[in-house]
Design a protein around this ligand. Sequence first.
Ligand code: HMG
Ligand code: MG
Length: 301
Amino acid sequence: MLPSRVKLVDVGPRDGLQNEKQPVPAATKIALVHKLQAAGLREIEVTSFVSPKWVPQMADNAEVMAGIQRQAGVRYSVLTPNMQGFEAAVKSRPDEIVVFGAASEAFSHKNINCSIAESMARFAPVVSAARAAGIYVRGAMSCTVGCPYEGEVAPERVGYLAKLMKDIGVQHVGVADTIGVGTPRKIQAALEATLQHYALDDVSGHFHDTYGQALANTLASLELGVWQFDTSVAGLGGCPYAKGATGNVATEDVVYLLHGMGIDTGIDLDRLVDAGVFISEALGRQTSSRVARALLSKRAG
Ligand code: HMG
Ligand code: MG
């Protein structure tokens, strides 16, 4: 049986914008968050407290967090790779922090400049400090089916990473297909390896759509009962350390899929499309969402 309700976390302001070459003004990012919450998103990944030398686009993290008019019932999350990031983040009162590790050693080195084992040593005090402060802790697991440097990644590697995350007290993990190479059975294998260590309610899917497989992978996840997904408005994004990888699956496309199957999201698709139009115009390009394009041409007609 498929879930009757799905929670979507829009990661557009963070995953979506982190890779933009041109600086995106903080005011634009703040307005995007406001439009997403107005469309019914109840969780938004706002920014990351990482090194501005590594990811210059996220250097305005504190300004963006301070500028958001928080809406009751909406949760705001931020990425924190180490204690330095956590200490900066905590001042901006996030509801949730995200530590991010990888199932492949090479990606771990390229993305956060340390091995998987070293990353856990860095995350452990962050997780403890966050939980002591009552901040929820999510773990992102990159490259769970494929790595831009190592190729195919075995489910055992994913299970190993999930166990490490569990051991240091991470409360929820996201199974990420960072470069969008996964297909349904491979995604299910990565999820199943994760479900050896985490309960169904504590696992989400995070699918980049590089090869156009993300909707199929979402459906394959629903078949396992997974009901939480990260998506990105207008399909924005890509990771600076995964060259060629495109954005996450568009939130609009996932909402259309779910509503069409009678699955509730609490999201108003029309207002979501408006949010996507806003950010696409601000970036000077067309939306990557197929559903948004279809609905916009219908509106125009
Ligand atoms: P490092 O160089 O090993 O860190 O980088 P370090 O501790 O040796 O410090 C070096 C310098 O960085 C120092 O500054 C520190 O102050 C500074 P300097 O003395 O040279 O002027 N620094 C920081 N500054 C601000 N905030 C911090 C911070 N930490 C150190 N938190 C580090 C290690 C993790 C910092 C670096 O590798 C980094 O920032 N990486 C970020 C990578 C990133 O953001 N990637 C994209 C997000 S992950 C993603 O997109 C995947 C995901 O979507 C899931 C999926 O799709 O797979 C989540
Ligand atoms: Mg990502």
